[in-house]
Design a protein around this ligand. Sequence first.
Ligand SMILES: Nc1ncnc2c1ncn2[C@@H]1O[C@H](COP(=O)(O)OP(=O)(O)OP(=O)(O)O)[C@@H](O)[C@H]1O
Ligand SMILES: [Mg+2]
Length: 242
Amino acid sequence: MSLRSEPGPSPASPSPPPLLCIADLAFRWRSGHPAIESCSLQIPRPGLWMLVGSNGSGKSTLLRLIAGLLQADGGTIHTALKPALVFQNPDHQLLLPSCGSDLQLGLPPGLSAGQRNARMLQALDQVGLSGLEQRPIHTLSGGQKQRLAIAGALASDAGLLLLDEPTALLDPESQREVLALIRQLCSRSERPLTALWITHRLEELDSCDAAARMEAGRAGPWLRAAQLRASLPPLPSGRAKR
Ligand SMILES: Nc1ncnc2c1ncn2[C@@H]1O[C@H](COP(=O)(O)OP(=O)(O)OP(=O)(O)O)[C@@H](O)[C@H]1O
Ligand SMILES: [Mg+2]
Protein backbone atom coordinates (compact mmCIF):
# COMPACT_ATOMS: atom_id res chain seq x y z
CA MET A 1 0.00 0.00 0.00
CA SER A 2 1.28 3.48 -0.79
CA LEU A 3 -0.69 6.61 -0.02
CA ARG A 4 1.95 9.13 -0.93
CA SER A 5 3.45 9.71 -4.34
CA GLU A 6 6.81 8.35 -3.32
CA PRO A 7 9.01 6.46 -5.73
CA GLY A 8 8.66 2.74 -5.19
CA PRO A 9 11.53 0.76 -3.70
CA SER A 10 14.19 -0.33 -6.14
CA PRO A 11 14.96 -4.05 -6.39
CA ALA A 12 18.23 -3.38 -4.55
CA SER A 13 16.47 -1.80 -1.55
CA PRO A 14 13.57 -3.95 -0.32
CA SER A 15 11.02 -1.99 1.70
CA PRO A 16 11.57 -2.20 5.46
CA PRO A 17 9.25 -4.42 7.52
CA PRO A 18 6.08 -2.75 8.80
CA LEU A 19 6.30 -1.05 12.20
CA LEU A 20 3.16 -2.88 13.28
CA CYS A 21 1.91 -6.05 11.64
CA ILE A 22 -1.39 -7.60 12.75
CA ALA A 23 -2.42 -10.75 10.92
CA ASP A 24 -5.67 -12.67 11.15
CA LEU A 25 -6.26 -11.61 14.76
CA ALA A 26 -9.12 -13.12 16.76
CA PHE A 27 -10.37 -12.35 20.25
CA ARG A 28 -13.49 -13.51 22.12
CA TRP A 29 -14.71 -12.35 25.49
CA ARG A 30 -15.36 -15.06 28.10
CA SER A 31 -19.03 -14.93 27.22
CA GLY A 32 -18.01 -16.22 23.80
CA HIS A 33 -18.82 -12.91 22.16
CA PRO A 34 -16.30 -12.31 19.33
CA ALA A 35 -14.90 -8.77 19.52
CA ILE A 36 -12.09 -9.17 16.93
CA GLU A 37 -12.34 -11.53 13.97
CA SER A 38 -9.94 -12.09 11.05
CA CYS A 39 -8.45 -8.66 11.67
CA SER A 40 -5.33 -7.70 9.73
CA LEU A 41 -3.66 -4.30 9.76
CA GLN A 42 -0.17 -3.02 9.00
CA ILE A 43 1.42 0.31 9.83
CA PRO A 44 4.19 0.76 7.26
CA ARG A 45 5.97 3.85 8.60
CA PRO A 46 5.89 6.48 11.37
CA GLY A 47 2.97 8.89 11.28
CA LEU A 48 -0.53 9.49 12.59
CA TRP A 49 -2.88 6.64 11.69
CA MET A 50 -6.54 6.80 12.69
CA LEU A 51 -9.28 4.24 13.27
CA VAL A 52 -12.97 5.01 13.03
CA GLY A 53 -15.96 2.72 13.38
CA SER A 54 -19.31 2.32 15.04
CA ASN A 55 -19.78 1.67 18.76
CA GLY A 56 -18.79 -1.85 19.68
CA SER A 57 -16.88 -2.50 16.45
CA GLY A 58 -13.78 -3.52 18.41
CA LYS A 59 -11.52 -0.46 18.25
CA SER A 60 -10.68 -0.26 21.97
CA THR A 61 -10.30 -4.03 22.18
CA LEU A 62 -7.81 -3.94 19.31
CA LEU A 63 -5.71 -1.28 21.06
CA ARG A 64 -5.69 -3.34 24.26
CA LEU A 65 -4.55 -6.39 22.34
CA ILE A 66 -1.70 -4.40 20.74
CA ALA A 67 -0.72 -3.03 24.17
CA GLY A 68 -0.64 -6.56 25.59
CA LEU A 69 -3.43 -5.95 28.10
CA LEU A 70 -5.47 -8.71 26.45
CA GLN A 71 -4.26 -11.95 24.90
CA ALA A 72 -5.51 -12.88 21.44
CA ASP A 73 -7.18 -16.24 20.79
CA GLY A 74 -5.66 -16.46 17.33
CA GLY A 75 -3.51 -14.62 14.82
CA THR A 76 -0.39 -12.55 15.43
CA ILE A 77 0.73 -9.06 16.43
CA HIS A 78 4.32 -8.07 15.66
CA THR A 79 5.89 -4.73 16.44
CA ALA A 80 9.44 -3.62 17.08
CA LEU A 81 8.14 -0.52 18.88
CA LYS A 82 7.27 -0.22 22.55
CA PRO A 83 3.51 0.46 22.80
CA ALA A 84 1.87 2.86 25.27
CA LEU A 85 -1.85 3.44 25.72
CA VAL A 86 -3.34 6.90 26.19
CA PHE A 87 -6.91 6.69 27.48
CA GLN A 88 -9.90 8.91 26.86
CA ASN A 89 -9.86 10.02 30.51
CA PRO A 90 -6.35 11.01 31.69
CA ASP A 91 -7.50 10.66 35.32
CA HIS A 92 -7.49 6.91 34.70
CA GLN A 93 -3.73 6.84 34.09
CA LEU A 94 -2.19 9.68 36.10
CA LEU A 95 -1.43 8.15 39.47
CA LEU A 96 0.92 10.32 41.53
CA PRO A 97 0.24 13.79 42.95
CA SER A 98 2.69 15.95 40.97
CA CYS A 99 3.56 16.07 37.26
CA GLY A 100 7.21 15.23 37.90
CA SER A 101 6.54 12.31 40.27
CA ASP A 102 4.00 10.81 37.88
CA LEU A 103 6.48 10.92 35.01
CA GLN A 104 9.23 9.40 37.15
CA LEU A 105 6.95 6.43 37.81
CA GLY A 106 6.93 5.36 34.17
CA LEU A 107 10.67 5.74 33.46
CA PRO A 108 12.57 2.66 32.32
CA PRO A 109 14.74 1.01 34.98
CA GLY A 110 18.50 1.41 35.16
CA LEU A 111 18.75 5.20 34.88
CA SER A 112 20.76 7.31 37.34
CA ALA A 113 19.00 10.01 39.38
CA GLY A 114 20.40 12.65 37.02
CA GLN A 115 19.24 10.77 33.96
CA ARG A 116 15.78 10.29 35.46
CA ASN A 117 15.46 13.99 36.16
CA ALA A 118 16.70 14.93 32.67
CA ARG A 119 14.32 12.45 31.04
CA MET A 120 11.39 13.83 33.05
CA LEU A 121 12.22 17.46 32.14
CA GLN A 122 12.68 16.56 28.47
CA ALA A 123 9.30 14.81 28.33
CA LEU A 124 7.56 17.81 29.89
CA ASP A 125 9.29 20.09 27.38
CA GLN A 126 8.22 17.91 24.44
CA VAL A 127 4.55 18.30 25.35
CA GLY A 128 4.73 22.03 26.17
CA LEU A 129 4.53 21.64 29.96
CA SER A 130 8.02 22.94 30.87
CA GLY A 131 8.30 24.28 34.40
CA LEU A 132 5.31 22.30 35.72
CA GLU A 133 7.25 19.43 37.33
CA GLN A 134 6.15 20.42 40.86
CA ARG A 135 2.59 21.22 39.85
CA PRO A 136 -0.14 19.11 41.54
CA ILE A 137 -1.93 17.15 38.85
CA HIS A 138 -5.40 18.09 40.09
CA THR A 139 -4.65 21.74 39.20
CA LEU A 140 -4.06 20.94 35.51
CA SER A 141 -6.69 21.52 32.83
CA GLY A 142 -8.07 18.50 30.99
CA GLY A 143 -5.88 19.24 27.99
CA GLN A 144 -2.77 19.61 30.16
CA LYS A 145 -3.55 16.28 31.85
CA GLN A 146 -3.84 14.61 28.48
CA ARG A 147 -0.50 16.14 27.40
CA LEU A 148 1.03 14.87 30.66
CA ALA A 149 -0.26 11.37 29.86
CA ILE A 150 1.47 11.67 26.46
CA ALA A 151 4.65 12.87 28.21
CA GLY A 152 4.50 9.70 30.32
CA ALA A 153 4.49 7.60 27.16
CA LEU A 154 7.44 9.58 25.76
CA ALA A 155 9.40 9.28 29.00
CA SER A 156 8.88 5.52 29.00
CA ASP A 157 10.55 5.26 25.57
CA ALA A 158 7.36 4.24 23.80
CA GLY A 159 7.52 4.45 20.02
CA LEU A 160 3.95 3.39 19.31
CA LEU A 161 1.26 5.54 20.93
CA LEU A 162 -2.17 3.93 21.12
CA LEU A 163 -4.68 6.73 21.69
CA ASP A 164 -8.27 5.75 22.49
CA GLU A 165 -10.45 8.80 21.77
CA PRO A 166 -7.93 11.05 23.56
CA THR A 167 -9.88 14.25 22.85
CA ALA A 168 -13.39 13.00 23.63
CA LEU A 169 -13.55 14.74 27.01
CA LEU A 170 -11.70 17.93 26.05
CA ASP A 171 -12.89 21.42 25.16
CA PRO A 172 -12.36 22.46 21.51
CA GLU A 173 -9.12 24.36 22.14
CA SER A 174 -7.58 21.50 24.12
CA GLN A 175 -8.71 19.06 21.43
CA ARG A 176 -6.81 21.03 18.81
CA GLU A 177 -3.73 21.30 21.04
CA VAL A 178 -3.55 17.57 21.73
CA LEU A 179 -4.08 16.72 18.07
CA ALA A 180 -1.44 19.27 16.98
CA LEU A 181 1.01 17.85 19.55
CA ILE A 182 0.63 14.29 18.29
CA ARG A 183 0.79 15.48 14.68
CA GLN A 184 4.08 17.26 15.45
CA LEU A 185 5.57 14.28 17.33
CA CYS A 186 4.69 12.02 14.40
CA SER A 187 6.22 14.39 11.83
CA ARG A 188 9.46 15.42 13.54
CA SER A 189 12.62 14.67 11.62
CA GLU A 190 14.36 12.93 14.53
CA ARG A 191 12.74 9.72 15.83
CA PRO A 192 9.20 10.43 14.58
CA LEU A 193 6.53 8.61 16.57
CA THR A 194 3.96 6.20 15.28
CA ALA A 195 0.46 6.84 16.60
CA LEU A 196 -2.72 4.81 16.21
CA TRP A 197 -5.59 7.13 17.18
CA ILE A 198 -9.25 6.13 17.60
CA THR A 199 -11.75 8.88 16.93
CA HIS A 200 -15.43 9.54 16.50
CA ARG A 201 -14.67 13.16 15.54
CA LEU A 202 -14.53 13.06 11.79
CA GLU A 203 -12.85 16.48 11.54
CA GLU A 204 -9.78 14.93 13.23
CA LEU A 205 -9.29 12.74 10.16
CA ASP A 206 -7.92 15.81 8.35
CA SER A 207 -4.74 15.53 10.44
CA CYS A 208 -3.97 11.87 9.80
CA ASP A 209 -1.69 10.21 7.29
CA ALA A 210 -4.37 7.62 6.63
CA ALA A 211 -7.42 6.16 8.32
CA ALA A 212 -9.11 2.78 8.41
CA ARG A 213 -12.66 1.83 9.30
CA MET A 214 -13.38 -0.97 11.77
CA GLU A 215 -16.60 -2.90 11.52
CA ALA A 216 -17.56 -6.13 13.28
CA GLY A 217 -14.07 -6.65 14.68
CA ARG A 218 -12.23 -6.22 11.41
CA ALA A 219 -10.17 -3.30 10.08
CA GLY A 220 -10.62 -2.10 6.52
CA PRO A 221 -7.83 -0.76 4.27
CA TRP A 222 -5.98 2.49 4.90
CA LEU A 223 -7.65 5.35 3.06
CA ARG A 224 -7.11 9.06 2.77
CA ALA A 225 -9.38 11.10 5.05
CA ALA A 226 -11.66 12.32 2.26
CA GLN A 227 -11.98 8.83 0.78
CA LEU A 228 -12.87 7.36 4.15
CA ARG A 229 -15.42 10.06 4.93
CA ALA A 230 -17.09 9.46 1.59
CA SER A 231 -17.34 5.74 2.35
CA LEU A 232 -19.02 6.19 5.76
CA PRO A 233 -22.77 5.76 6.16
CA PRO A 234 -24.63 8.77 7.59
CA LEU A 235 -24.01 8.90 11.35
CA PRO A 236 -26.92 8.27 13.68
CA SER A 237 -28.19 11.50 15.18
CA GLY A 238 -26.27 12.71 18.21
CA ARG A 239 -23.09 10.89 17.19
CA ALA A 240 -21.71 13.31 14.59
CA LYS A 241 -20.11 15.88 16.88
CA ARG A 242 -19.09 14.96 20.37
N1 LIG B 1 -14.86 -6.18 29.34
C1 LIG B 1 -15.72 -6.66 28.41
N2 LIG B 1 -16.37 -7.81 28.60
C2 LIG B 1 -17.22 -8.30 27.66
N3 LIG B 1 -17.45 -7.70 26.47
C3 LIG B 1 -16.82 -6.54 26.24
C4 LIG B 1 -15.92 -5.95 27.19
N4 LIG B 1 -15.44 -4.79 26.67
C5 LIG B 1 -16.01 -4.66 25.46
N5 LIG B 1 -16.82 -5.69 25.20
C6 LIG B 1 -17.58 -5.93 23.95
O1 LIG B 1 -16.63 -6.09 22.89
C7 LIG B 1 -17.13 -5.47 21.71
C8 LIG B 1 -16.11 -4.45 21.22
O2 LIG B 1 -16.02 -3.41 22.18
P1 LIG B 1 -15.01 -2.19 22.06
O3 LIG B 1 -15.03 -1.47 23.36
O4 LIG B 1 -13.71 -2.69 21.57
O5 LIG B 1 -15.71 -1.32 20.91
P2 LIG B 1 -15.33 0.13 20.37
O6 LIG B 1 -15.23 0.03 18.90
O7 LIG B 1 -14.17 0.66 21.12
O8 LIG B 1 -16.65 0.96 20.73
P3 LIG B 1 -16.83 2.51 21.13
O9 LIG B 1 -16.75 3.29 19.86
O10 LIG B 1 -18.19 2.58 21.76
O11 LIG B 1 -15.75 2.87 22.13
C9 LIG B 1 -18.48 -4.86 22.07
O12 LIG B 1 -19.49 -5.77 21.69
C10 LIG B 1 -18.43 -4.73 23.58
O13 LIG B 1 -19.71 -4.81 24.15
MG1 LIG C 1 -13.89 2.26 22.42
